[in-house]
Design a protein around this ligand. Sequence first.
Ligand code: F6R
Length: 614
Amino acid sequence: MCGIVAYAGPNQAFDFLIKGLQRLEYRGYDSAGIALLNGDLNIYKQKGKVQDLLDETSGKNIEGTTGIGHTRWATHGEPNKVNAHPHLSQSGDIAVIHNGIIENYATIKEALVKRGHTFLSDTDTEVLIHLIEDIKQHEDVDLFEAVRLALNEVIGAYAIVIISKDDPGTIIGARKGSPLVIGIGKDKKEYFMASDATPIVEYTRDVIYLDDNEIAHIKDSELTIKTIDNVEKTPYIQKLEVTLEAIEKGGYDHFMLKEIYEQPKSIYDSMRGRFNQTDLTFAMRSLREYESKIKNLNRIIIVGCGTSWHAGLVGEYLIEEFARLPVEVEYASEFRYRDPVITEDDLVIAISQSGETADTLAALEMAKEKGATIYGICNVVGSSIPRMTDAGAYTHAGPEIGVASTKAFTAQVTVLTLIALGIADIRGKISKDRLREIFAELEVLPTKVQEVLDTCSEKVIEIAKRYKDVDHCLYLGRGINFPVALEGALKLKEISYIHAEGYPAAEMKHGPIALIDENMPVVVVAPKRGYYEKVLSNIQEVKARKGNIISIVTHGDEKVAGLSDYFVEIPDTEDCLVPILATIPMQLLSYHMAVMRGCNVDQPRNLAKSVTVE
Ligand code: F6R
């Protein structure tokens, strides 16, 4: 949600800023802007994409070795040029970029207006930079101290970076609740800041992840970090593992397609080294270290949002089936505002690709306060959730840049499968023979995923051509495949803007069946496992009302395939792994339908990849 970049060093900042913004565009694309210091403070902004900003700067003075840049996902104020960042202080001498929300901005604004401040935009961010300048002037302090004092007055979430005409070569960055990474360049003479590491990786591998309530001050090539209480911190420098290739399109038309096709590898990476097929053991440190806790667990609560919540629903089936422990799955946004009963014998698992989702973070904080053990399943290394949890497992899916989550989902489900089996093993609920069978199937899972990708693509394109102009679509699944139906529907609606709903197949009779007619495609997950016969009956019910059936069936299936208008085959596998294979044709269907409708699949309207505001 909003991407920010900053540079201070010996080189021109412009190229890094623009390229960085393009890498961060997945976080928001309502408007973009940059500010450059070169004696003057030059600001360029534009509504729309980074490319629009680039066009805006054409032929203008883009000199400057200190600069900041922003790509916006609008919260306060509509997405137009005036509300685009950077925003300026009253004098116009200090500029800020901001990711997050200043909750008490209205009160601060009222006080500043009384003191003669005038505001140009509707944003909370402009209020913050006016406050900083006001403090600087009235308290007669330097910029760093003014920032520190202002942040003590602010309620809300932020990652900010500030530059000032009076302080060339200086950037000040601070975070609370929204991410900020600092890159340390050559000979410690140049510094980069960004919302995540993707803009930085091309320039340096040495990074510092700023913690909440910390302020970084880069001045004359020196970095100091202090807390907002003015306590100096020793920077902890880490090495970036992400590669440049991983964040580029690599010949695919879209990141989403690339990420769908990366799934054989991402699924393999998500389980690599985590179980041993020979001696039937697990090598997950997070489980081993909490063995005694796991033995005495009362219940597991899984929290997440969107696709991650769907993965959590699959996790519920897996953990209850294998570990025989009660599991509740909650929308993080609801959970955080209830007063749920949580005890020290509960394990709260947060699932999040980005590791930055504001609601998920808040839900975890609440669970921690109530004494639960908190566990994270995240993709982005070094993000906020893994840094606050007691334990966790990375999904290792690699950077996911397409806004719609694809490979992160299948990696989350893979990790949840291992966690369910690991907990079952610790609690003595699964036999070694059963473990052997499932491990064997996990071993061949990446190959089967590859097989789905190789065999279903043409068929899916044919289906997409036939149905690309529909207004509505229904997705049905039963048992562990019900969340797969939810995920299929979410993927279609978010990138193609076709209205889609996911339902447990048997629920159709309780309402949605009224929608079915000859224009309604119904996508059914119908593997020859689990509730096959029951799903078959549901399909008959749809057919009786002239609905169109698109089914996902087990290779060689004749009954469902025979009843379907279109069917896509997936290889047979263990019930618990069907969600992973069945999801892939659905991802491809959404992708192709959206592309055929002319939609921007990597950056669907109104969305942002990292939802750092509630
Ligand atoms: C859908 C999608 C979103 C995210 C949700 C949670 O394709 O990407 O629904 O799943 O915003 O994000 P994370 O997993 O980063 O917490």
